[in-house]
Write a protein that binds this ligand. Structure first.
Ligand SMILES: *[C@@H]1O[C@H](CO)[C@@H](O)[C@H](O)[C@H]1NC(C)=O
Ligand SMILES: *[C@@H]1O[C@H](CO)[C@@H](O)[C@H](O)[C@H]1NC(C)=O
Ligand SMILES: *[C@@H]1O[C@H](CO)[C@@H](O)[C@H](O)[C@H]1NC(C)=O
Ligand SMILES: *[C@@H]1O[C@H](CO)[C@@H](O)[C@H](O)[C@H]1NC(C)=O
Ligand SMILES: [Cu+2]
Length: 596
């Protein structure tokens, strides 16, 4: 062999090393999430008692953004300085090889007791985009939540974060100071985190949801944009023992400069509603859904279900000094008059100073003292549309997966509301079964008895022993999820289904009940997009006389390639607590944590 060959072999190995490990610039980043109780919403002068305070992160809502780059090693220290047990889940982060950091109580870890802490450690492998973190115990996710942004490279980092320090950027010469993600170029980014505020105490709410008096959900009293609702006062609209009266000031400001293009990351940190979102007099071009880049899709409103995220490009083409309403509208429920508003404000031209924006309230989110936009235009939301735009969007990189091939198996899930027990409390049963209950985290049970998880499955794919749906490594499994009529009103409700630990691809949907004979090859999504949260639309909207009638279904395809115990559940937190959740036991024999 010539020495030149040696060099090239060495070079090839080096390249292979970079490709395999991909970690030349990777960093270790540590984040501290201290959970404390505090008054909420933060800009309201609450007449609230101590026990009306809620659990938040570092005393703020939304919590501080976690920002990192693809391939970074993340270490999150969650400290529970509150007075209730908790866990934190990193929504949409796949936890490849690290199921023990998924934050799923009694499945992947024990609840973190008051005074306790938990260290989540994981690498950001193969995914970048917009995610968030939130609590996964009780209704704490309403207030314990914050953005989690993964940049594909250093060139996508906004210049003004991390205390103003400019991250190392490689692209300045070619691109000026524009940020880069795939083919997309923009000047800066903004976060819009949508959440919901109930004036009723969370303890009373959970008792209502899980108790005998449950008569259907109570929608939020106000929608929040980056933690603020825009109403001067908030009070409860429905039942509840302790109602809070709050006097609130200001709206969240999203500040832009005329002539620039912004990537707005819209995070559905919601626990009940699907919301329309718009910015008056501004079009939006969707470029990302749930961490997947898509071909540009222009729209003038978004439909954001609980757990979904979008990135849109927004061209700041209005006059300097002007400001516009950012509005939300509850979709798929008619039973509420609640509103939520923020404000898009343009900096004055040539002016370095900012508008009426109190900076860093809380850190990285801005609050304006303005009570109204200079332009009063209110966007008129259309009626929500079945499947919205999901059948038309295309992933930017067409998947090299065959969605027309037959799967190895199909699992059909039929969630139904039942009245159970002597008290007739409302619970969701799936295929006639109650939700899994584990006192010791299932992962620890498997660690103690590694061979526990190899039992026979029942005909619908369920393992009675571990209360899971097992999947083998490499299996291709289609999962069909139904909507069914509710007990109280005989109506069909939609449900945003969220998968931990794996993406799923919506490939088909239909009305009524899924029929495998006739529907197995049906494809209604031409270009399936990898998602972690899919809204299963209500389906047939005709009133049914009784509960448990199938209204519609959505089929998603799952490629079982990340060993772990993964929750797959409705992201309406009350529904999940009432039982609308299954655990996918994926390739248990290859879970690293069990082999350590
Ligand atoms: C979190 O709490 C610890 C003490 O438990 C403290 O040392 C640390 O500074 C706190 N971090 C933040 C971000 O508040
Ligand atoms: C709508 O709200 C009213 C009370 O405001 C309640 O009586 C009714 O049951 C609710 N309907 C639905 C469909 O939740
Ligand atoms: C529960 O429902 C059954 C059947 O409808 C009824 O007979 C019973 O009185 C109910 N129990 C309570 C506590 O409401
Ligand atoms: C987890 O298990 C403990 C008992 O070990 C129980 O008190 C708690 O309610 C369970 N939590 C969840 C979310 O299931
Ligand atoms: Cu639901």
């Amino acid at each position: 062999m010539h020495s030149a060959d040696h060099v090239s072999v060495f070079f090839m190995l080096f390249l292979a090393f970079i490709v395999m490990v991909g970690r030349v610039d990777a960093k270790e980043r540590t984040f501290e999430l201290n959970i404390t109780k505090g008054p909420w919403p933060m800009n309201c002068n609450n007449e609230q008692q101590q026990d009306d305070q809620v659990m938040m992160i570092n005393g703020q809502h939304p919590g501080p953004p976690i920002r990192a780059t693809l391939n970074d090693d993340i270490h999150v220290v969650v400290r529970n300085h509150g007075d209730e047990p908790t866990t934190v889940h990193y929504h949409g982060i796949l936890q490849i090889g690290t199921v023990e950091s998924d934050g799923m109580p009694n499945i992947t870890q024990s609840e973190i007791q008051p005074g306790g802490e938990f260290h989540a450690r994981f690498r950001l492998i193969g995914q970048s985009g917009t995610f968030f973190y939130h609590a996964h115990v009780a209704l704490q996710d309403d207030s314990i939540q914050g953005p989690f942004i993964v940049y594909p490279t250093e060139d996508a980092w906004p210049p003004n974060v991390n205390g103003g320090e400019l991250e190392k950027r490689n692209n300045v010469e070619q691109e000026g100071l524009r940020l880069v993600d795939g083919p997309y170029r923009y000047d800066d980014e903004r976060i819009v985190q949508l959440s919901e505020y109930w004036a009723e105490n969370p303890h009373d709410r959970i008792n209502y949801y899980l108790g005998a008096e449950y008569q259907g959900f109570i929608p939020a009293d106000q929608y929040l944009i980056n933690g603020h609702g825009g109403s001067a006062s908030v009070s409860a609209t429905k039942s509840g023992k302790h109602k809070r009266q709050s006097a609130c000031t200001g709206m969240s400001a999203v500040e832009v400069a005329h002539g620039k293009v912004y990537r707005v990351r819209v995070i559905g940190a919601l626990s009940f509603s699907t919301l329309g979102f718009s910015v008056a007099k501004h079009k939006m071009t969707i470029i990302e859904m749930d961490g997947t880049l898509i071909e540009p899709y222009e729209t003038d409103y978004l439909e954001v279900s609980s757990g979904q995220r979008y990135s849109v490009l927004l061209e700041a083409n209005q006059a300097p000094g002007s400001s516009y309403n950012m509005d939300v509208m509850p979709f798929w429920i008619t039973n509420t008059t609640a509103t939520g508003r923020g404000i898009l404000t343009y900096q004055e031209q040539e002016s370095e100073s900012r508008l009426d924006v109190a900076e860093n309230f809380p850190k990285d989110f801005a609050l304006t003292t303005q009570q109204a936009a200079t332009d009063a235009t209110e966007f008129q939301f259309p009626e929500p549309v079945n499947q919205w735009i999901f059948q038309s969007v295309k992933p930017l990189e067409e998947e090299k997966l065959d969605f027309n091939a037959k799967p190895d198996r199909t699992i059909v899930l039929m969630p139904m509301e039942h009245l159970v027990g002597e008290m007739n409390t409302t619970r969701w049963l799936i295929n006639g079964r109650h939700m899994p209950v584990h006192e010791t985290p299932l992962l620890e049970q498997l660690k103690n008895d590694f061979h526990a998880g190899h039992n026979e499955r029942t005909s619908d794919g369920f393992d009675e022993d571990l209360q899971t749906y097992p999947m083998k490594y490499g299996e291709v499994v289609d999962v069909v999820i139904h909507t069914t009529t509710l007990i109280n009103h005989g109506i069909c409700a939609g449900h945003p289904w969220h998968s931990h630990g794996f993406v799923h691809y919506p490939i088909a949907h239909g009305m009524g009940e899924y029929n495998h004979e006739t529907d197995q090859d049906l494809r209604t999504y031409e270009h399936p997009v990898a998602k972690d949260t899919t809204f299963v639309y209500p389906g047939t909207t005709a009133l049914a006389p009784e509960a448990g009638i199938p209204c519609g279904w959505t089929k998603v395809r799952v490629f079982a390639n990340n060993p772990g115990l993964w929750a797959f559940h409705c992201h309406i937190t009350g529904h999940m607590l009432q039982g609308m959740i299954v655990i996918i036991e994926m390739a248990t024999d290859q879970i690293k944590y069990l082999q350590q």
